[in-house]
Design a protein around this ligand. Structure first.
Ligand SMILES: [Cu+2]
Length: 130
């Protein structure tokens, strides 16, 4: 990150951009943003778990049909899951963190994110709806 290499743009603008990036995650300078990724900006947005959740996971909706906390599984009647290319259906999901199931009971409406992993579908995020 030597500003001298960026003199062709504008050193003042560059330095300002870096400062804004550091302070406010505004990241107006693409290079600065790229360099910062995984560094001090890790807290921006949802931190991805170490176990390779694709960044393309999207929120989908479901109703809880059966909670099997002992085995870390839950049956959901879910709506379309775009990142898995899956139509609405009722099926069993595994959960990465069984603690996610603690607050769930049959009939709950949730939003969730799921990924395909080792031939199973794994819930990575659960957000209970009111
Ligand atoms: Cu399904």
């Amino acid at each position: 990150m030597n500003p001298i290499h960026h003199r062709t743009t504008s050193m003042a603008t560059h330095l300002l951009g870096v400062a804004l990036c550091m302070l406010a995650l505004a990241a107006p300078h693409p290079n600065a943003a790229a360099q910062a990724a995984g560094g001090s900006h890790a807290g921006h947005g949802t931190a991805s778990p170490a176990a390779a959740a694709p960044a393309s996971a999207e929120w989908a909706e479901a109703e809880v049909r059966r909670v099997d906390a002992a085995n870390g599984r839950v049956t959901l009647r879910h709506g379309p899951i775009r990142n898995l290319d899956m139509p609405p259906m009722t099926m069993v999901f595994h959960v990465r963190d069984p603690g996610l199931l603690a607050a769930l009971k049959n009939g709950d409406k949730i939003r969730f994110q799921a990924v395909a992993e080792g031939g199973k579908y794994v819930l990575t995020q659960i957000d209970k709806q009111p």
